[in-house]
Design a binder for this molecule. Structure first.
Ligand SMILES: C[S@@+](CC[C@H](N)C(=O)[O-])C[C@H]1O[C@@H](n2cnc3c(N)ncnc32)[C@H](O)[C@@H]1O
Length: 211
């Protein structure tokens, strides 16, 4: 059971205070947000759920650039407080990715950026994403996918040692997780980030719930 322990919420509550710093965003998160926006563009975004939305920077861009109606969900009150203050989503809900407090079949797309590695049971999170998507709906998940499984294992051990356990699947493992949850994998795209791309590449995996 200890293996399934996730990171602590206070860790993200503190992080939320520095999260929107322009340099942090430019180097780390914005390239993934850009990739998600490209992935959604043209496919008709409609109702979108941003799981582990943080301070809502991607949510606000999906509303502005795609005209989507966006619900943001996160388990950190600190992150949600920042998102609420700036009115970055149409609605915000506090909840875990493993038990989304949302009705089935409600969304045209579910997105999640730089958060999937924190989910203590990734298969369960994917089941939840599948449940809240309408048939034909799309799932876009972006995070670092180490090139070798051994790199993921070492990173997991280090994260446990510092008390904030995380799991980074390889690109192949990500595909397997998607398929095991019932998704059809449409594509997997490298997200270019300076300077981390070569050693720790971010990958956007796009899948769809069969119609
Ligand atoms: C690095 S931030 C990414 C935020 C946002 N997706 C972005 O790209 O800017 C990770 C977020 O995941 C959230 N998080 C981590 N584990 C979670 C869980 N089990 N359920 C919901 N949110 C979670 C944290 O609170 C934090 O806001």
């Amino acid at each position: 059971m200890a293996e399934r322990r996730g990171p602590d919420r206070w860790f993200f509550d503190i992080w939320s205070r520095f999260y929107d710093a322009p340099l942090v965003q430019r180097l780390t998160y914005r390239p993934e947000h850009d990739a998600v926006l490209r992935g959604l563009r043209g496919a008709g975004s409609g109702q979108v759920l941003d799981v582990a939305c943080g301070t809502g920077l991607l949510a606000t861009r999906m509303r502005r650039e795609l005209g989507a109606r966006v619900v943001g969900c996160d388990f950190s009150r600190g992150m949600l407080a920042q998102a609420a203050q700036q009115r970055r989503a149409d609605a915000l809900v506090q909840g875990s990715a493993l038990a989304l407090p949302l009705a089935p079949g409600r969304f045209d797309a579910v997105v999640s950026t730089e958060a999937f590695h924190w989910f203590p049971d990734q298969a369960q999170a994917l089941e939840e994403f599948f449940r809240v998507l309408a048939p034909g709906g799309r799932l876009l998940v972006s995070l670092v996918n180490p090139p070798l499984a051994v790199m993921g294992s070492v990173a997991h051990r280090v994260s446990r040692l510092v008390g904030e356990p995380a799991r980074w699947p390889t690109r192949g493992q990500m595909r397997e997780l998607f398929e095991a949850a019932g998704f059809h994998v449409e594509s997997q795209q490298l997200v270019f980030r300076v300077p981390a791309t070569l050693i720790l590449p971010s990958v956007l995996t796009i899948g769809s719930r069969p119609a």
